[in-house]
Write a protein that binds this ligand. Structure first.
Ligand code: GRF
Length: 200
């Protein structure tokens, strides 16, 4: 049944869908054994349920409202994910920065998708930052990368796959984001294929 994947999402889940489709069409030797969202209304949960994948809702607020820490949240998330015995954990639009309480449970097994090229625009506003840099004439292209998450560094770590995306003068944040999302789907599948098949 291939590599066991757990996917963490926070939103639409188009990258999750790309993995579901790649597996269905035998383009990826893996099985998604679980999906976790920190948001109840994430459409990605519906995508998972439609594909018969077990889902869990893991909201941060139930921890903060009861005086528990981010680390408690991350430790509980790790326990929940570990129960599915994943080979790899895929952060596909997961909006929380994860602490060592989670990361250390899955050493070199966590993969993150980030809408920027290696070393560029870390954090939650990468697309807007790229567009601003383009308008200042500092860059002509941006891109997408998938990297391993060995530690608490945000959007850093060994890069598995990346692909450039040209920025057009007519681009808005929305048009650029849409074009980048199309590229993300292919980069994510290729990154996981490389990781699973171990081809360097
Ligand atoms: C992706 O575009 C990713 O770059 C960003 O969040 C988005 C998630 O999209 N971090 P989806 O939920 O996979 O459609």
């Amino acid at each position: 049944m291939g590599a066991r994947l757990v996917v963490l999402i926070s939103g639409n889940g188009s990258n999750l869908q790309a993995l579901i489709d790649a597996i269905r069409y035998k383009a990826l030797d893996a099985e998604i054994v679980g999906v976790v969202s920190n948001r109840k209304d994430a459409f990605g949960l519906e995508r998972a349920q439609k594909a018969g994948i077990p889902t869990r809702y893991h909201p941060l607020k139930s921890f903060t409202e009861s005086g528990r820490s981010r680390s408690d949240y991350d430790a509980a998330l790790a326990e929940l994910v570990r129960a599915w015995q994943p080979d790899f954990v895929v952060l596909a639009g997961w909006m929380h920065i994860l602490s060592a309480a989670f990361i250390d449970e899955f050493p070199y097994r966590i993969v993150n998708l980030h809408p920027a090229l290696p070393g560029q625009f870390p954090g939650a506003h990468a697309v807007d930052d790229a567009l601003a840099a383009y308008k200042e004439g500092r860059i002509r292209t941006t891109g997408v990368m998938v990297h391993l998450v060995p530690d608490e560094e945000v959007d850093a770590g060994p890069v598995l796959e990346s692909e450039e995306v040209v920025i057009y003068a007519t681009d808005t944040a929305d048009s650029l984001r849409k074009r980048m999302q199309q590229v993300e789907h292919g980069v994510l599948v290729r990154a996981l294929r490389r990781l699973i098949e171990g081809d360097e």
